[in-house]
Write a protein that binds this ligand. Structure first.
Ligand SMILES: NC(=O)c1ccc[n+]([C@@H]2O[C@H](COP(=O)([O-])OP(=O)(O)OC[C@H]3O[C@@H](n4cnc5c(N)ncnc54)[C@H](O)[C@@H]3O)[C@@H](O)[C@H]2O)c1
Length: 308
């Protein structure tokens, strides 16, 4: 199993580290355009191997895509992150060009790879890869919902004063402050709906804090977060690499599912060796359906900014 991670910045390096720590991949190649940067990050990470007990070989390259040849999975994290006060959508101008050229270079050397898009605005960048490559739709996956769901569970546990292992919940919709749809009505503590434990205002607090989860961290850190994003990507990579058939909310190209068409947006999917093996359509309440529709309109508006 060979995994390439393009962009050896905060998220890319964190993602490579978590993949290595889980010890399921033979090789991780980090690629960046900044001279020596990926090589340096790879060497630093390799020097943790004996300390952390993993055998995954991590190498780095400055822009040499021949080193990524034969990748089973490729993660795109290259591009600029947001600064405090910025929305993810504002990154489109720079990141669209980067994501398009990176996807094309990856496919030249690994025509059968599965691409996981992380760069923001993620749903639109995922759609861009669908529109500009010949990869089948099951092989193009956007990572956002796995992270947003982890942030949702963090806030649920906080509100419930419960350990995180007690709670379960999922965020679907667009990966943006306004577009996220945390499914609070479906969230549970040990299979009991959280509405049994939380008052309506507390549930609303969880929803709102989840939606601005990324912005809260960007304000604190001065740039966007990397540990949870990296861990979330590594979960997707592992599910594909180990054919786990796990369910994650991911940005997938919809063709009628959820009543939506011609966009990539967060919905529950089953991930296995073929990438997206199934889009899972769950029953949504009328209010959730309306939020999903509104979210889709937001994503489509951003997609409209692409010069395809
Ligand atoms: N989808 C998500 O849930 C999620 C979460 C966090 C961050 N992000 C996004 O991920 C991206 C990366 O964030 P970060 O914090 O790691 O940023 P970063 O600045 O730390 O790293 C980005 C790296 O990309 C490299 N790069 C730029 N252009 C490149 C190119 N053409 N080829 C190869 N490498 C290139 C840069 O040199 C840099 O090292 C941002 O767009 C951010 O918004 C998405």
């Amino acid at each position: 199993m060979k995994v390439t991670v393009v962009g050896a910045g905060a998220v890319g390096a964190s993602c490579a580290e978590y993949i290595a720590m889980k010890n399921f991949a033979a090789e991780v190649v980090l690629l960046d355009i900044k001279e020596g940067y990926a090589e340096g990050k790879a060497m630093d990470l390799m020097q943790t191997a004996s300390l952390n007990g993993f055998d995954t070989k991590i190498t780095g390259t400055t822009g040499d895509y021949s080193k990524t040849a034969g990748s089973d999975i490729a993660v795109i994290t290259s591009g600029i992150p947001r600064k405090p006060g910025m929305t993810r959508e504002e990154l489109i101008g720079i990141n669209a060009g980067i994501v398009k050229s990176v996807a094309s270079s990856l496919l030249e050397h690994s025509p059968n790879t599965i691409i996981i898009v992380v760069s923001n605005p993620m749903d639109t960048m995922t759609y861009l890869v669908h529109k500009t490559t010949d990869l089948p739709k099951n092989k193009i996956i956007g990572m956002g919902g796995a992270l947003d769901s982890a942030r949702f569970k963090y806030r649920l546990a906080e509100a419930l004063e419960a350990p995180i292992s007690d709670v379960d919940g999922m965020v679907i919709g667009g990966h943006s402050d306004k577009g996220m749809v945390p499914l609070i009505g479906h969230a549970t503590r040990n299979s009991v709906k959280v509405s049994e434990f939380l008052a309506a205002d507390k549930m609303q607090w969880v929803v709102e804090e989840t939606k601005v989860g990324g912005a809260t961290l960007t304000k604190l850190l001065g740039t966007s977060a990397w540990y949870a994003p990296g861990a979330a990507v590594s979960g997707l990579v592992q599910a594909i690499a180990c054919d786990q058939k796990k369910m994650f909310p991911c940005s997938a190209l919809l063709e009628g599912e959820y009543g939506l068409n011609d966009l990539s947006i967060g919905v529950p999917v089953i991930l296995g060796k073929n990438g997206i093996e199934k889009i899972v359509e769950i029953d949504l309440s009328d209010a959730e359906k309306a939020k999903m529709q509104e979210s889709a309109e937001g994503v489509k508006k951003t997609n409209g900014l692409l010069q395809l």
